[in-house]
Design a protein around this ligand. Structure first.
Ligand code: GLV
Ligand code: MN
Ligand code: MN
Length: 417
């Protein structure tokens, strides 16, 4: 087993930080980080990743959804991945660091004379955030053989369908089935990711083993009223779609608060039409993001919210259409992978805390293919999905060292028991 000196860990951290910054500069906008799926920024980031993979000694390819793969030996492979798309006005670490950690760890083994008994694929997915199309995990779903062909017709905010975006990126939708790993090829999927929450910082620890990734429901609720003049229609005679949506939003907040931490519900996106200050809103689409580790608790809240939205709509003489656009079950991390990550964390002198993930990750799709596991890295203030996102080079270096330690301990056979 490699035992790294503090200097070596710092060298990993410095390289990782420089790579995070290089990717962080690839954005659609000069003043904030925006890198959406299948855009020219995605292309530039993927090219940079491919170049680093080649330099690390990996054989590089790309699938029909633009996932960059860096391969090292072996028929049966350990998959190490994360995503290089971002939210709008993103931080630099979310997803990107996980790909970089995979490249640095794979490079360590590519340079070694005695090879592992299994191969490694480092995967840079392009659609984890779902920031461009109203779907998410498309890239990892394709790798897991679960891509939903009907999603090809989903359109972005400019009306561009996913199928067209794939072609404009130079890929063929007909090749999507080839992105899927064959049975037995993938021994496991692991991902390194910033925690995106405050627990590690509060416990003064750099790394944690993830126990499970929380389940998620997305509800699109469309309220239809009647657009009318803001000065002439008396309050009692209005059919204001936004007032209905606002009531539903507060209902979601109240229902989630009543669960005392078991469920969280967020509205981060709402479209108001026609969107003029002197017009009573006629149509509003409000998107609820509902998450919980408990499937029944999440379903119960979603049902109560749907019933409440119908009641609000009736009372306000609106009409309502409710569509579930995302339903992802809570995904446990494999116990043997958790234990191997815990040993690797202990080996670098840290305490292996165990944490659940409140954020979604590509592992939720990859779990349909093979056992999964995750390693969390402390981030400042627990802040993420925000340009203030930060993880220290020291912690990045420790994460790379722990990932290498994990790979050294990884035994595919242990996953069978
Ligand atoms: C992705 O970061 C998500 O959890 O929404
Ligand atoms: Mn992420
Ligand atoms: Mn994210």
């Amino acid at each position: 087993m490699a035992a790294f000196s503090q200097n070596e860990i710092d060298a990993f951290g410095a390289r990782a930080e420089a790579m995070v910054n290089a990717l962080g500069a690839i954005s659609a906008e000069p003043d904030r980080l925006v890198r959406l799926f299948l855009t020219s920024e995605h292309r530039r980031a993927a090219d940079r990743i491919g170049g680093w993979m080649r330099e690390a000694g990996l054989e590089v390819s790309e699938d029909a959804l633009g996932t960059v793969r860096g391969r090292l030996d072996g028929r049966q492979r350990l998959l190490i991945g994360s995503h290089i798309d971002t939210v709008i006005d993103a931080g630099k670490y979310d997803g990107n660091f996980g790909v970089i950690a995979g490249i640095l760890a794979a490079e360590h083994f590519a340079r070694r004379a005695n090879r592992l008994t299994f191969g490694i694929d480092v995967l840079a997915f392009g659609d984890e955030e779902g920031s461009r199309f109203p779907a998410t995990l498309s890239s990892s779903s394709a790798c897991a053989g679960l891509f939903r062909a009907e999603n090809l017709q989903l359109a972005d905010r400019n009306g561009v369908a996913l199928v067209e975006a794939i072609k404009a990126y130079g890929k063929s939708p007909d090749d999507i089935p080839h992105a899927a790993y064959k049975a037995g090829e993938a021994a496991a999927y692991v991902e390194v990711h910033i925690e995106q929450g405050p627990v590690l910082e509060s416990r003064n620890q750099p790394l944690a083993v993830v126990t499970a990734i929380i389940g998620q429901t997305y509800l699109n609720i469309e309220f239809l009223g009647e657009a009318a003049h803001a000065g002439t229609v008396p309050m009692m005679l209005r059919r204001d779609a936004l007032a209905g949506a606002a009531e539903a939003m507060l209902l979601g907040e109240r229902l989630a608060r009543e669960t005392k931490g078991e469920v969280v519900a967020t509205v981060g996106r709402m479209t108001v039409a026609p969107g003029a200050s002197n017009v009573i809103p006629g149509k509003v689409v409000v998107v609820f993001d509902i998450r919980s580790g408990s499937e029944p608790a999440r379903a119960k809240l979603a049902d109560a919210l749907k019933a409440g939205a119908r009641e609000i709509s009736d009372r306000r003489q609106l009409s309502v259409t409710i569509t579930s656009t995302r339903e992802v079950a809570t995904t446990p991390c494999h116990p043997a992978i958790q234990d191997q990550f815990a040993e690797a964390i202990r080996a670098i002198g840290a305490e292996p805390l165990r944490l659940g993930s409140g954020a979604g990750h590509d592992g939720q799709a990859m779990a349909k293919l093979c056992p999964i596991g995750m390693l969390f890295v402390r981030c400042r203030g627990g802040i993420s999905h925000n340009p203030k996102e930060y993880a220290s080079p020291r912690d990045l270096g420790l994460a790379v060292a722990a990932l290498i330690g994990f790979i050294e301990r990884f035994e595919p056979e242990k996953l069978l028991v």
